[in-house]
Each structure stands twice: as structure tokens, then as C-alpha cells.
Design a protein around this ligand. Structure first.
Ligand SMILES: NC(=O)c1ccc[n+]([C@@H]2O[C@H](COP(=O)([O-])OP(=O)(O)OC[C@H]3O[C@@H](n4cnc5c(N)ncnc54)[C@H](OP(=O)(O)O)[C@@H]3O)[C@@H](O)[C@H]2O)c1
Length: 362
């Protein structure tokens, strides 16, 4: 952190889902944030934050959701601002927000809230139902959330109080496809073929057979052969630029703990060179703090590990545009993205609390 990273006042902040994987990452990032002060790590359990996340250095204690909602209401009632991050399982965010919103009423307008789950990412309830197999639990709330991919929706996020931050695969899919779709380079009649590999931390903090180390280590397998829920977010993102193509996204579980590696094979609608295609991506992400369009290099995971940076590279072969994208599912694909949105919402420098350099060595 350089000397300019100072804030005169800090905004009280609550993180819901404290024992979870993304909450642990968010609490790590908040440690270096000069404008936010952790007031509550909100958990169903009474276990301390450091007991749940030994990598953290904090004296913060956990509180339960009832206490946190009352504390937030108290701060807002004094006319002050408050911040809440919801790092909860799918469905739990909608239920918490519905409760909080009805308790706070008009006071909710001083609450800056970022949801890290998928509950408010799909604007159209019919598309949500198609992707998730059940009706949206709070369809009238959908219009109160802004989609939180800063590189594509910066102005709308800056005007928002509530943001639904996209997850890791959805972020990579959009960074890989939206620039070419927006420039009308792509054929929407032929399938867009997308393969993504995720690290095990993408599966959350609770051990499952598919995350058990002896099985996961040096192993890899595919899933979602019949379609992945997050295809709906890509469909939503490219719809404004024309017809929605058949999207064929196959996800894979990889042997690493962190990281997403996406390979897109996108059918071209017209002849372009690799340099022309790269210029389209470079133009859209020009000035972006966290999306880097590579030239003559391919993205890799170590370069972006634990950073909020995504790397993108493009290459044309015949009538196919290959786009490669890497990002860390915990940072740019999760907690970092949520903090980046919050920085934009509050008018803070976008990079506060967010590393750009990767670990290099894991
Ligand atoms: N992991 C990733 O890479 C990633 C990336 C992008 C988006 N996401 C999304 O972000 C959200 C959080 O992901 P995560 O990986 O941090 O999940 P996680 O490790 O499973 O953590 C979720 C936390 O939510 C709390 N919780 C509250 N109600 C719960 C309930 N009914 N059942 C289970 N847990 C409950 C728990 O914390 P307490 O025990 O403290 O209450 C739990 O640890 C999810 O919606 C996920 O889809 C994850």
C-alpha cells in the first residue's frame, strides 16, 4: 500500500457467511483497505474468525445475523453509511436481503451491499428459472440490483447501492466473449465452444468427495456436459449485441486450489486477423486496472494467483477466434470482484485493498 492510500473516515462493514471460503478471502483483503472498517464477521457459529481462518490477523469476533441486522439498522438510523457483503450460499442471500430490506425500509438507501452469490445476477426471472430450475424467490427485488462486472458496467455500478457480483466462470466467460460480441465479430448461428477449469476452492469451504485432496491432487475431470448455470449470465451479457448463440460451456475440476483457466473457440462472422481481434479487446479494456490483454503471450495461473487481475489473450485460426482467459476464482472471480464493485460504488480508488501482482510461486 502506498502513502496515498489513506482515508480520513472508515465505513463500518459486515461480512455475512464468515466461515466460508470467500468470506475468508474478503477478510484478508479488507485487512489492507483504508476506507472500510470490519464491524461484524457474521456467522451461524460462535467460532472466532481466526479459528475459522488461521491465515487472518484480526481481533474481530463473530456475531449472528440478528445482531448484525440490528447493528446495521442502528448505524443507518444515525444517518451514517454502512457496507454489507453477502458471501452466502445460493438462495441464502435472497432470503437475508428480503428480511433486511423490509426491516430497513427507506434506510436501506444508505446501505452499500454486494452479493457474492448468484441470487440477483440474472435480471429476467424467466431466464433465472430456466437456469436454476425454480422460480426466483424475490423477483421484484431483481431490478434493485446492478450486475457487478466493473469492466463492463462501471457507470451503472457507480450509481448503485446494491450489486450482484458475478462468480469466477461467469466473469471469465464474459471477459472472453463480450468484446468480440460487442464488435459484431462473432457468428451467433454456430455454437460458441467454451472450456473452463476451476481450482478446488471454487467448491466452498466444506469438504466434499470432489474436493478431497487425494482425489483432486494431480487429477482433472469434466462436468456440466448438458449445460452450466452460468451460461445464462453470458447469454444475458451478449443479448444486447444481437441474437444469443448456442453456448456450449463445459466446466472442469482441476488439481490447483485457486484459479480459472478458460479456453473459448468462437466462430467468426467475418475475416479478421489476430492483431485486429486483439485491438478490439485492447480497446474495450483500455485503462482497466485489472484486465490485461496480452500480446504474444498466453495467460497462466501463477501470474494472477491471489491477485485481482485477469489476463486475456486472443488468436485467430481460420474462422475461429480463440480467446484464453485466466483469473483467480477467489479474487477477481469472487471476493476481489466484490470489493472492486464496492470501491466503485463508494467512489474510492478502484484498487484499494486489491493486489494486482500475482504470487508467481504458489
Ligand atoms: N468459492 C468461490 O470461488 C466462489 C467464487 C465466486 C462466487 N462464489 C459464490 O459465493 C458464495 C460463497 O461462496 P463460498 O465458496 O465462500 O461458500 P462457502 O465456503 O460454502 O461459504 C458459505 C458460508 O455461508 C454461511 N451460511 C449461511 N447460511 C448457510 C446455510 N444455510 N448453509 C451453509 N452455509 C451457510 C456459512 O458461514 P457460517 O458457517 O459462518 O455461517 C458458510 O461457510 C456462494 O454463493 C458461491 O456460489 C464462490
Amino acid at each position: 500500500m502506498n502513502a496515498s492510500l489513506t482515508a480520513t473516515a472508515t465505513i463500518p462493514t459486515w461480512v455475512f457467511g464468515a466461515k466460508g471460503m470467500l468470506a475468508g478471502e474478503l477478510l484478508r483483503l479488507l485487512d489492507l483497505h483504508p476506507g472500510l472498517e470490519l464491524r461484524g464477521a457474521v456467522s451461524r457459529s460462535e467460532q472466532g474468525v481466526v479459528e475459522a481462518h488461521p491465515h487472518l490477523v484480526t481481533r474481530a469476533r463473530t456475531c449472528n445475523a440478528d445482531e448484525a441486522r440490528a447493528q446495521i439498522a442502528e448505524v443507518l438510523a444515525r444517518g451514517e453509511q454502512a457496507v454489507a457483503f453477502l458471501a452466502l450460499p445460493h438462495g441464502e442471500s435472497a432470503s437475508l436481503w428480503t428480511k433486511l430490506s423490509s426491516e430497513l425500509g427507506a434506510l436501506a438507501d444508505n446501505l452499500y451491499l454486494v452479493d457474492l452469490a448468484a441470487d440477483f445476477r440474472i435480471a429476467n426471472p424467466a431466464r433465472y428459472q430456466q437456469a436454476y430450475g425454480h422460480p426466483h424467490p424475490a423477483p421484484t427485488e431483481l431490478a434493485r440490483f446492478t450486475y457487478g462486472l466493473v469492466e463492463l458496467h462501471r457507470d451503472a455500478i457507480a450509481r448503485s447501492r446494491r450489486v450482484a457480483a458475478p462468480g469466477c466462470f461467469a466473469t471469465a466467460l464474459q471477459l472472453a466473449c463480450v468484446p468480440a460480441a460487442r464488435a459484431k465479430l462473432l457468428d451467433t448461428a454456430r455454437p460458441w465452444i467454451l472450456h473452463g477449469i476451476t481450482g478446488s476452492s471454487g467448491s466452498g469451504v466444506e469438504p466434499k468427495p470432489g474436493t478431497h485432496h487425494p482425489w483432486r491432487h494431480a487429477n482433472m475431470w469434466a462436468y456440466s456436459l448438458d449445460g452450466h448455470r452460468h451460461e445464462a449470465e453470458l447469454a444475458q451479457a451478449v443479448e444486447p449485441f444481437g441474437a444469443v448463440p448456442p453456448i456450449h460451456f463445459v466446466a472442469h475440476s482441476g488439481p490447483m486450489a485457486r484459479g480459472i483457466h478458460l479456453t473459448a473457440a468462437l466462430p467468426l462472422a467475418r475475416k479478421v486477423t489476430s492483431a485486429e481481434a486483439r485491438a478490439v479487446y485492447a480497446e474495450l479494456f483500455a485503462g482497466s486496472t485489472f484486465v490485461e490483454v496480452l500480446d504474444g503471450k498466453v495467460p497462466d495461473l501463477r501470474s494472477i494467483s491471489a491477485s485481482n487481475r485477469a489476463q486475456v489473450a486472443v488468436h485467430v485460426r481460420g474462422d475461429v477466434l480463440n480467446v484464453l482467459c485466466t483469473l483467480d476464482n477467489m479474487t477477481k472471480g469472487g471476493a476481489g470482484q466484490a470489493l472492486q464493485c464496492l470501491n466503485v460504488m463508494l467512489g474510492f480508488p478502484e484498487h484499494w485493498g486489491l493486489p494486482r501482482a500475482g504470487l508467481g510461486v504458489n
